[in-house]
Design a binder for this molecule. Structure first.
Ligand code: SF4
Length: 361
């Protein structure tokens, strides 16, 4: 049975919610794109990416028809690139009808419009869609009574109900999913789920929650008991590792060398400035070497739990024969034409800033 505070929460949400582009649509595809982009990324960072992405790929069909390189290019700077690859792969699966279950009354050769599955189970068959994302799409786009549990929802529910289980443990996860299901109203489930997340993002903050303006404060057990800091349980600080790196901004005729990242990692296939670990210059090959021309201002960048300090050097490259890695020479102002990470843009900014040329936008 839904809790008595749900009505207050919905009223508050409808009055005070932020006007975000993905809240102006019920298109399942657009909502899917927004949910994938919002994983691990802030709302402010996502908005311009979301708008550009939907302009270039307005439908699931358009996305499936695009190349992975095109998709990565639009994702460049947003990080966690496996999200983009999975989105593209899933669009292909939808358009090839791999998830389509033909009802008995529909003839085998009937054409169908490619669309997302409308159930949590169906959505979770797509790569990159876990239980949270499936619940969000099913409830927001299709109005299904599906719960969601993310960091914001955990914080709000743990405080409202003084839940003592550790949300990182599997037993704790079960408790939160069960509670998130129990509190769902019969109607407006999509709005309700978004309201819970909005409350966590805007009012029930990790530190110093704004209880005085909270629409559900009269039902909040943590507030009643004066134990806000006890919830959620098991809060753990991220332990960062400091890593030093060296980048070679190799120049030829005003253009900069980028190499294609091999292997299977998160950044596979992206274009990047050659980098070395510690104080070492990047290894190129036995026939090619680098000559340092001048150092540039150090660049700071964080990836997962690694805090990178990158020292870039303007370099010349000398060698014979064919350069062994897949590579490209680009005008540094055209970096946005290639799939590359924001770290590479920062390094090129350091170079462009130092040479008095216009900075990349
Ligand atoms: Fe969070 Fe305070 Fe509202 Fe409780 S009363 S849900 S702690 S903001």
């Amino acid at each position: 049975m839904p809790a008595k505070w749900t009505g207050n929460l919905l009223t508050w949400y409808r009055r005070h919610r932020r006007d975000l582009p993905w809240r102006r649509t019920k298109d399942p595809y657009a909502i899917w794109v927004s949910e994938i982009m919002l994983q691990q990324t802030t709302v402010e960072a996502v908005i311009p990416y979301y708008e550009r992405f939907l302009k270039r790929f307005p439908t699931v069909k358009a996305l499936a028809a695009g190349s992975e390189e095109d998709v990565l290019k639009l994702w460049s700077g947003l990080g966690y690139y496996s999200r983009a690859r999975n989105l593209h792969k899933a669009a292909g699966m939808i358009c090839r009808g791999e998830l389509y279950v033909r009802p008995n009354h529909v003839r085998a050769n009937t054409r169908f419009a490619p669309t997302l599955p409308d159930t949590v189970e169906g959505l979770m068959k797509l790569p990159g869609i876990g239980r949270y994302t499936a619940g969000a799409i099913a409830s927001i786009a299709f109005g299904k009574k599906a719960p969601i549990v993310d960091g914001n929802v955990i914080r709000v529910l743990s405080r409202l109900y003084a839940i003592t289980e550790d949300p990182k443990a599997s037993a704790g996860q079960k408790v939160f999913w069960k509670k998130a299901e129990e509190v769902l109203p019969e109607k407006s489930v999509g709005d309700f789920n978004q309201a819970l997340m909005e409350l966590g993002a805007m009012v029930c903050a990790p530190e110093n929650p704004a209880c005085r303006i909270c629409p559900v404060s009269s039902s909040c057990e943590a507030r009643r008991g004066g134990r806000l800091e006890d919830f959620p349980k098991g809060k753990k600080k991220i332990e960062y590792r400091d890593v030093r790196m060296t980048a070679a901004v190799v120049l030829k005729d005003g253009k900069v060398l980028l190499v294609k990242r091999p292997g299977k990692g998160l950044l596979k296939g992206m274009w990047e400035i050659p980098m070395g670990e510690g104080g070492h210059m990047p290894p190129l090959s036995k026939d090619w070497s680098l000559k340092v021309v001048r150092p540039l201002k150090a660049v700071k960048h964080s990836v997962l739990n690694r805090r990178l300090t990158i020292t870039p050097f303007v370099c010349e490259m000398h060698g014979t024969g064919e350069f062994p890695q897949p590579h490209i020479w680009i005008n540094p102002n055209n970096i946005n034409d290639l799939p590359t990470s924001s770290m590479n843009r920062k390094i090129l900014d350091a170079y462009l800033g130092s040479s008095g040329v216009v900075t990349v936008g």
